[in-house]
Design a binder for this molecule. Sequence first.
Ligand code: SF4
Ligand code: SF4
Length: 205
Amino acid sequence: MSAQLPDSSGKYDLGFARWVYENIKGGDKLSMCMQCGACSGSCPIGTEMDNGPRKLFMMVRAGMKDEVFRSNTLWNCTSCYRCTVRCPRGIPVTYVVQGLAAQAAHLGYADEKDTVRFARSFWWSVVQFGRTDERMVTAKYYFSFGLKTGMQKGLENLKIAIGMIRKGRMHLGMPHKIADKKGLRAILEKAAEIEARDKQDGNGL
Ligand code: SF4
Ligand code: SF4
């Protein structure tokens, strides 16, 4: 398990930065951040983020644990790595954002977020079929909101689906599966084993 998060009774938890430095991959480099903003300025999704990486890192330093874990920056990052390539201090910005997102999910900050629902649906399809079937991912995602909402969302997008079928962009019929499902299962089991071992050693999230 990763080290226990500091218990914050107030808004600003000064132990949080130390915790991030020690427990998030790449976090040990965060103290090098000089707040130049090259990361946020380079981010193609910056306008969709409530904070952006530069501000997020300042919030880590300020001990704003709840705000950091609730930030939509964690979920809107597409892992394009532009920020990481451009950071003059060599801070692995993407890793830090990903690590904070994983920790936020682990702590239950993100349970109802659309991006997390979508990620779960995506992962479900990978496990079931060995590949992502857009129709199945979409259906799983829509119905994660409940039967009624799922049907509503499906109907709202029916026109798009029909258009895609007509243009040959979406096939009808059973989802394609990979041939070697046994091999896939072995890979997933190994990944779960490594994750569990990392958590036990304190290296994971
Ligand atoms: S580019 Fe690097 S040094 Fe500059 S604000 Fe972002 S993380 Fe900090
Ligand atoms: S990796 Fe994420 S935070 Fe960095 S530039 Fe790309 S989208 Fe923005």
